[in-house]
Design a protein around this ligand. Structure first.
Ligand code: MLT
Length: 267
């Protein structure tokens, strides 16, 4: 049975931003990826909340948080995270971002470095989209406008490494989240990711510890990029999860939780 956490909201730009909260201790903020929502972190929340106050937020246009505009830039979403900290009266957090959530975490770290205990990137990276990737995003935006279902059905299965294990249940769960994400939310996130800035400099000058978790078989963020980027910070731990794709917390939950807890306890 999946745990049900306390659902709360705060207001930002006249909209209700939804988050869940569990546990006591130093604040850990979890940022989900594209087409996901805060519930993707339910198991991680349950585990980390033994030692930390764990908050998972629905980023704009995802889950129960409405759209804030037609483009959700990484900076806009970082401002929402900053507002969350203010709302909780917390000065600092351990920030953990999966994929698009990692792009948001980097934008937050750039603006608010003094509010970070640590940064964890899960299958995410600090580079901007290549020219080809930007074109793919623009094509995806066109497709989503008329055939979002097709886009979702094609986009979700490659997130998993299905060579090793059948991830049918997890794939269906993510597809449901993706189908529940509105067309405007999907397009706003695609536009924001396409137009995001490169932030390797944020990693290079990170004054806090950095964890990078990479999936060896990740088809979205190649492990080689993460090997290279893990050389940038002075204090960085790189964990490469063997035979894992883009969804380590679903593909090997126990290993993922162990790596994360070890890092957070060591900060
Ligand atoms: C995600 O999982 O958040 C996205 O696949 C990231 C991306 O498309 O760059």
């Amino acid at each position: 049975m999946l745990p049900i956490f306390m659902q709360k909201t705060f207001t930002y730009k006249n909209e209700e931003i939804s988050y869940s909260c569990q546990g006591k201790g130093a604040l850990v903020v979890l940022l989900h990826g594209f087409l996901e929502n805060k519930s993707i972190w339910n198991q991680t929340t349950r585990f980390l909340s033994k030692n930390f106050m764990v908050v998972a937020i629905d980023l704009p246009g995802h889950g129960d948080t409405p759209c804030l505009g037609y483009v959700h830039s990484m900076e806009l979403m970082a401002d929402v995270v900053n507002e969350l900290l203010k709302h909780l009266y917390k000065r600092k957090c351990h920030l953990i971002g999966h994929s698009m959530g990692g792009y948001v975490a980097l934008a937050f770290a750039e603006k608010f470095a003094d509010k970070m205990y640590s940064l964890s990137l899960v299958c995410s990276n600090a580079r901007a989209d290549s020219k080809e990737k930007k074109l793919d995003r623009t094509k995806a935006i066109k497709l989503v406008k008329t055939k979002k279902n097709l886009f979702v059905e094609a986009a979700i299965p490659p997130l998993f490494n299905t060579e090793q294990k059948n991830h049918k249940r997890a794939i269906n769960k993510i597809k449901k989240m993706a189908h529940d994400t509105s067309i405007q939310g999907t397009i706003a996130a695609l536009s924001g990711m396409r137009d995001r800035y490169e932030r390797e400099i944020v990693l290079k000058f990170a004054p806090y510890p950095v964890l990078i978790i990479a999936g060896e078989k990740d088809a979205i963020i190649p492990v080689q990029w993460l090997k290279e980027q893990s050389e940038l910070p002075e204090n960085c731990v790189l964990e490469i999860m063997e035979d894992i794709g883009h969804m380590p917390f679903l593909e090997d939950r126990i290993m993922f939780e162990t790596l994360l807890m070890r890092f957070l306890k060591g900060v």
